[in-house]
Design a protein around this ligand. Structure first.
Ligand SMILES: Cc1ncc(COP(=O)(O)O)c(C=O)c1O
Length: 402
């Protein structure tokens, strides 16, 4: 049968979806940055206080990292030119992996092009359709996608609630006995800034003979001694099978990695699809990441400053009457509820020279929209005071606080 002469507009669904997102205050607007990352940035031609980057330690524009990137371009060129398993791996990538393994106190590390890719690589490499994943209900989108790709059954447990996990693990026992079990949690939750109860999760993993995986994208460079991450924070070395990290946040560059036992890392070299089927990070990126690890190994001053700034800002916001949710880290959400109010709040902050983005559904649950303030070691006390004042004035205008 022939199709009808006048075809329907088969892209109309995109316009409909855009209208819906706009009406519900959920349309994503991407601003254009015209300066390097830092405490103050130029956005759409205006200089603004930056409260929305993941540049926790100020490494995104650090002279040592830039110098390392320049030197790597001179020595290795600009691109790896193929995937590592086909064209060979540059010595730089191996050097980064060795440095990260030492820093993280693990047997081995494999680097990827991003944190997202690291999750998509490691989860399907560890579990398949016969197996069960127990996943915190607020885990990051890349974990959710990795779980889907694995084909394993996914059981969601209540956010940061080991009792809920215990109940779900118990409910699937003894069926689960013959299946591989993987428990996955974010180390620091990216939208709430709370920390996973890793010790209790570790006990449950041991009781049920499960593998335990932590995506520590926001814990690397932030938690633990000298920024060694959530596992170090809880002194759980050797009890967490897989740590996923990103090099795009505190490390200031781009890339991701999986850290753990040598046999897991070797298995990923054989089975991690983003390793096998996608080109590696560029020499400049990898050299800058090496310099970031050196920076963290040499001093914890920046990590300490980050935490001083975080405590200062959170206390001031709370005493002004803002609800900062469950935040325990430099991720400080200002809970506002309705997506439309939150977008209006963010626009008014922008007018007041503060760049702090509104976050709504589907990134966070419906009705839980928020402005997510991200604190950095690059902020001065005056910067933070300025930010709080603008929040207070905007909050009063919109009657969010009195
Ligand atoms: C918990 C978590 N995992 C993974 C990622 C992805 O990291 P990357 O930006 O390196 O892909 C993010 C980034 O937002 C994250 O917050």
């Amino acid at each position: 049968m022939e199709p009808p002469a006048s075809k329907n507009d088969n892209l109309q669904f995109i316009l409909d979806e855009r209208d819906r997102l706009e009406k519900e205050g959920l349309l994503v607007h991407v601003r254009t940055l015209e300066s390097p990352q830092g405490a103050w940035i130029v956005v759409d031609g205006r200089k603004l206080l930056n409260l929305c980057s993941n540049n926790y330690l100020g490494l995104a524009n650090h002279p040592h990292l830039k110098e390392a990137a320049h030197k790597a371009i001179d020595a290795f060129g600009v691109g790896p030119a193929a995937v590592r398993s086909i064209a060979g791996t540059m010595s730089l990538h191996s050097e980064l992996e060795k440095k990260l393994a030492r820093f993280k106190k693990v047997e081995a590390v494999l680097s990827f092009q991003s944190g997202f890719n690291s999750n998509v690589a490691v989860i399907p490499a560890l579990v398949g359709k016969e197996d069960i994943i127990f996943s915190d209900e607020l885990n990051h989108a890349s974990i959710i996608d990795g779980c889907r790709l694995s084909g394993a059954s996914v059981i969601r447990y209540e956010h940061c609630n080991p009792d809920s996990l215990a109940q779900k693990l118990g409910g699937h026992y003894p069926d689960s006995f013959s299946r591989r079990i993987l428990i996955i949690t974010d180390g620091v939750f990216s939208m709430d800034g709370d920390i996973a109860p890793l010790s209790r999760l570790g006990e449950l993993a041991e009781k049920y003979n499960a593998l335990l995986m932590v995506d520590d994208a926001h814990g690397e460079g932030v938690l633990g001694r000298g920024g060694r991450g959530a596992v170090d924070h809880f002194r759980m070395h050797g009890r967490v099978h897989v740590e996923v990290g990103t090099l795009s946040k505190a490390f200031g560059v781009v890339g991701g990695f999986v850290a753990g036992k040598a046999e897991i890392i070797e298995h990923l070299r054989q089975k991690g699809r983003p390793f096998l089927f996608s080109s590696a990070a560029t020499p400049a990126d990898v050299a800058a990441c090496c310099a970031a690890v050196d920076f963290l190994e040499s001093s914890d001053d920046a990590v300490r400053k980050l935490w001083r700034n975080t405590d200062y800002f959170r206390k001031k916001m709370q005493s002004a009457g803002f609800d900062t949710g469950r935040s325990e880290t430099p991720i400080i959400p200002v809970m506002l509820g309705e997506a439309k109010t939150t977008q209006e709040f963010s626009s008014r902050l922008f007018e007041r020279k503060v760049f702090a983005m509104a976050i709504g559904f589907p990134t966070v649950p419906l009705g839980k929209a928020r402005i997510r303030a991200m604190i950095s070691a690059t902020h001065s006390k005056e910067d933070l005071d300025y930010g709080v004042e603008q929040f207070i004035d905007t909050g009063k205008e919109l009657r969010v606080i009195t």
